[in-house]
Design a protein around this ligand. Structure first.
Ligand SMILES: [Zn+2]
Ligand SMILES: [Zn+2]
Length: 168
């Protein structure tokens, strides 16, 4: 877990601190599947700006996620640029103006990065945009073996009945 110590940071109003931070990323659970950031540690650009009423935190980094495709379960790779912004008021009156990632003068970069990443994820993680998925009948991968099983044979008795119905 990566945290940034804010205690040593002495910023006056209007001043900004900017630095590259190595951020440890956690694996992500999504739809019962596990997605791993590769590599697990990425360089992030952290900017902290002191305003008169609070502090603005900005973070940006790139992440590459590996995990199963939603449709065919083969390995899918996702590259995402992430940028996030948080505000932390000096006066702890309004919880909405306090970022949850600051506690005891520490900024929890890993937790913030995890949540920011979760917000940027697409609805479906696919191995490719036109992934054909698995055959609903036999379960084979339709990307490797495109096929269909045709219409099921209609029962002849029902066919006769349908014919009778058409004539009525
Ligand atoms: Zn797929
Ligand atoms: Zn099939």
């Amino acid at each position: 877990m990566t945290t940034f110590n804010l205690r040593t940071l002495k910023l006056r109003s209007g001043e900004q601190f900017r630095d590259e931070q190595e951020i440890e990323l956690e694996p992500l659970e999504l739809g019962g599947q596990r997605y791993l950031p590769v590599p697990e540690t990425v360089p992030g650009e952290l900017a902290i700006t002191r305003a008169s009423t609070g502090t603005v935190f900005e973070l940006s980094f790139h992440v590459r996620l590996h995990g199963p495709c939603f449709r065919c379960l083969e390995d899918a790779v996702l590259d995402l640029p992430i940028s996030a912004r948080e505000y932390h008021a000096n006066v702890p009156e309004d919880d909405e103006l306090r970022t949850p990632y600051v506690e005891d003068d520490k900024l929890d970069l890993s937790a913030w990065a995890r949540d920011a990443l979760a917000l940027e994820l697409p609805d479906k993680i696919l191995c490719r945009a036109d992934c054909a998925g698995l055959c609903p009948v036999c379960g084979k991968n339709l990307n490797d073996e495109p096929h269909d099983h045709g219409e099921p044979e209609p029962d002849s008795r029902w066919a006769a009945l349908a014919e009778l119905k058409d004539r009525l």
